[in-house]
Design a protein around this ligand. Structure first.
Ligand code: ADP
Ligand code: MG
Length: 683
């Protein structure tokens, strides 16, 4: 269509007489080439165009109002990470955002420095070429215009030089562009990989209290989407930021060299429009975010109703749910309509302004051409260079938002990379196996969980576990029994008092040695990993031989049932061990604890989730495991603790009674009461 219009103009122009005719001819030549360039861009844009959501549309409109569709879509497509909706992911609320740590970032980036420099260099080169291309286009137009004016026969010859030059520029620019994208994605991917590894390492080392306070989903999010967002922003900002700044600077110089007067005009008009466009763009983005939230709200209503359809039906609330949903949907419909109107006005205005700028340039440029101060080629160069500036400015205004998002995603990642745990995993004394006796004593321990500072779970708690003896702790649920075990494992440190192993404060001992070798811990609901039984048992002692694994399994009464599986020890237990029965799982867990041959064994309600039959098998395994060790048994069921050397009754964080089974029964206190109540329940 554009071309047709050009042809039409050409016919009209060729009939126009006098100087004004030659002026018109010269300017229409510039226009034709410009129009063709525009048209090409438009078509390229249509090819690259894929359906985008309203949000994305706003995102790409967010830039200055100056842009034609082509330029914008190019920017949408240039996202190096295939994240189509990168610009407009629903943002997390800004509250007490962590700070971006540049030093840590530098550490991650340093190994990639050369690749980054090379990428920057190539991007810079591509930008310089982009500045040159309008100038060569101008040369080309000058040849064309000379030819149409003079009709001398050397058209092909004259065209050859600028065409070849232009082609080689295009080719070189393509090469440089793909080169820097390759390098930059290498840098981005490697930095992201290191970021993930560093973060994961740091997370694994955090205190148990840290995990009490944080949701797993949030932590996993930092490993995945935050790193991803940081990476995308990083690549985009480096590539496009560098290109855009170079192009703006370079093109402005060319513009100035071509025509200082026209440039003066642009300098006044363009920033105003860019600023205005960015402002309206950000308003529209906010609108779009609200609209998205409203859609989510409506979906939430539907989700709840459909998910709990039995409850809805049982209360005959279908009509009410329908009404609730339709209210929310209407709201979101309204908001999206307003948003659509905003986008429409914005796009309309930006088209008008864009066209006015082109018109103004041609108008002013035309008058310069009439005075022979400007050639047709110069006007052409000017228009293309001005468009490059517009596009670069648009991209920079998009990049500003990207920088903010990238920095805050990076800051969220670095927050946990930089977090130092209070209890380190390694460092401290190790007691050699043969001199380790296994006497444990809690002395005046007062403790409250870090997540609930006011609530003292243990108060002035003292208890000694003699070596080779079994001590049982009983008491109501919530009385603090598991807390005692957690303190011995040094998952937490006491607020007051201390825990000693063979007379050494466990804070002086190496925590990994303490947990990994000195203590074996078996809990009520053991968690197995989704691998083979062999590997699960070996988890207790990495590098253990197959024979050691078999021996541990035998000790745990597990060898028999494991061998009865068709695949024996190679049986994969499923996620968290779901394919094993409770009793089997527990026995694998016992084998896993026994393979380290720990001096101290903690059994925290190890049999209470089992049915009577498996309880017996597991109990037999535990009894065998207890010999020759210091054992702390925490139990709800009294059948499991009657044989203990010492029984301690814990109530509200204090030891209220201690003695053997018969002594405590005779005393007729708390323990006797517990036994009586349990006997009654059994009946
Ligand atoms: N990780 C934790 N963070 C905060 N409070 C906890 C945590 N674990 C347990 N508690 C609280 O500490 C108290 C003692 O819990 P626990 O030692 O598990 O009791 P028991 O094992 O005797 O049933 C309970 O009030 C419980 O709510
Ligand atoms: Mg417990």
């Amino acid at each position: 269509m554009m071309i047709l219009r050009c042809i039409g103009m050409r016919i009209w122009c060729s009939h126009a007489p006098g100087t004004s005719g030659s002026l018109a001819r010269r300017s229409h030549q510039a226009l034709c080439v410009y129009a063709r360039a525009q048209n090409g861009l438009g078509r390229a844009a249509q090819r690259a165009w894929r359906p985008v959501r309203v949000g994305q549309a706003v995102a790409f409109l967010m830039g200055p109002a100056l842009l034609s569709l082509g330029g914008h879509v190019v920017y949408c497509q240039l996202d190096l990470n295939n994240n189509a909706n990168l610009f407009l992911e629903p943002k997390k609320k800004l509250h007490a955002e962590p700070q971006f740590n540049w030093r840590e970032f530098w550490k991650l980036l340093r190994p990639q420095l050369w690749a980054l420099l090379a990428a920057s260099l190539l991007a810079f080169g591509a930008a310089i070429l982009n500045i040159q291309i309008p100038l060569v286009l101008g040369e080309l137009v000058n040849v064309v215009s000379r030819y149409t004016r003079e009709y001398t026969g050397r058209y092909l010859q004259d065209m050859q030089k600028p065409v070849m030059k232009l082609l080689s520029f295009y080719a070189l620019q393509g090469l440089l562009t793909s080169g820097y994208i390759v390098l930059l994605s290498r840098v981005g991917e490697r930095v992201a990989a290191r970021m993930r590894k560093t973060l994961f390492k740091s997370l694994l080392r955090q205190d148990v209290a840290f995990f009490d306070a944080k949701k797993t989903g949030m932590l996993v999010n930092r490993l995945t989407s935050d790193v991803q967002e940081f990476k995308s922003s990083f690549k985009q900002v480096v590539a496009q930021g560098l290109r855009s700044v170079t192009q703006i600077a370079g093109c402005f110089i060319s513009l100035y060299l071509i025509s200082p007067r026209l440039t003066g005009l642009l300098v006044v008009v363009m920033p105003t429009l860019v600023g205005g466009g960015a402002l309206i763009g950000s308003l529209l983005r906010r609108l779009s975010r609200h609209a998205q939230e409203q859609v989510a709200k409506a979906t939430g209503v539907a989700d709840e109703a459909l998910g709990n359809v039995r409850t809805v039906r049982a209360f005959a609330m279908e009509d009410r749910e329908e009404e609730l949903y339709s209210i929310e949907v209407d709201k979101s419909c309204q908001m999206n309509e307003v948003l659509g109107m905003g986008i429409a006005v914005f796009q309309g205005l930006s088209n008008v302004f864009l066209n006015c700028i082109v018109l103004g340039t041609i108008f002013t440029g035309g008058s310069l051409m009439a005075k022979n101060k400007l050639s047709a080629g110069d006007l052409m160069s000017f228009l293309v260079a001005a468009q490059t500036v517009q596009r670069s400015m648009a991209s920079i205004s998009v990049l500003f938002g990207q920088v903010v998002r990238g920095l805050s995603a990076g800051a969220r990642v670095f927050e946990f990379i930089m977090l130092e745990p209070q209890v380190f995993l390694h460092g401290g004394k190790k007691i050699p196996f043969h001199s380790l006796v296994g006497q444990v004593s809690f002395q005046n321990v007062t403790f409250s969980y870090p997540t609930r500072p006011g609530d003292e779970v243990l108060k002035n708690f003292s208890l000694t576990l003699p070596p080779f003896k079994t001590v049982a702790i009983v008491g109501q649920s919530g009385g603090g029994k598991s807390t005692v075990a957690a303190l011995l494992e040094r998952f937490y440190d006491p607020n007051q008092g201390a825990v000693f192993l063979d007379g050494v404060d466990i804070r002086m001992l190496d925590p990994s040695w303490l947990r990994g070798q000195a203590i074996g811990f078996i809990s009520q609901e053991p968690v197995l990993f989704g691998t083979t039984i062999m590997e699960n048992i070996r988890f207790g002692k990495p590098g253990a031989s197959d024979e050691e694994v078999y021996a541990a399994a035998e000790q745990a009464n597990a060898d028999g049932f494991i061998r009865s599986f068709p695949e024996g020890y190679s049986t994969v237990v499923g996620e968290r061990g779901v394919t094993l029965s409770g009793g089997q799982k527990q026995r694998v867990a016992i084998a896993r604890a026994l393979i380290k041959n720990p001096r101290i064994l903690i059994l925290d309600e190890a049999t209470s989730a089992l049915d009577a039959e498996s309880e017996q098998v597991v109990q037999a395994a535990l009894d065998r495991a207890a010999t020759g060790r210091t054992v702390l048994v925490i139990a709800h069921r009294l059948s499991t603790i009657m044989g203990a050397d010492l029984i301690v009754v814990l109530s509200q964080g204090r030891v209220v009674e201690a003695g053997t089974h018969s002594a405590l029964l005779n005393k007729g206190g708390f323990y006797a009461e517990l036994i009586r109540r349990q006997a009654k329940e059994l009946k």
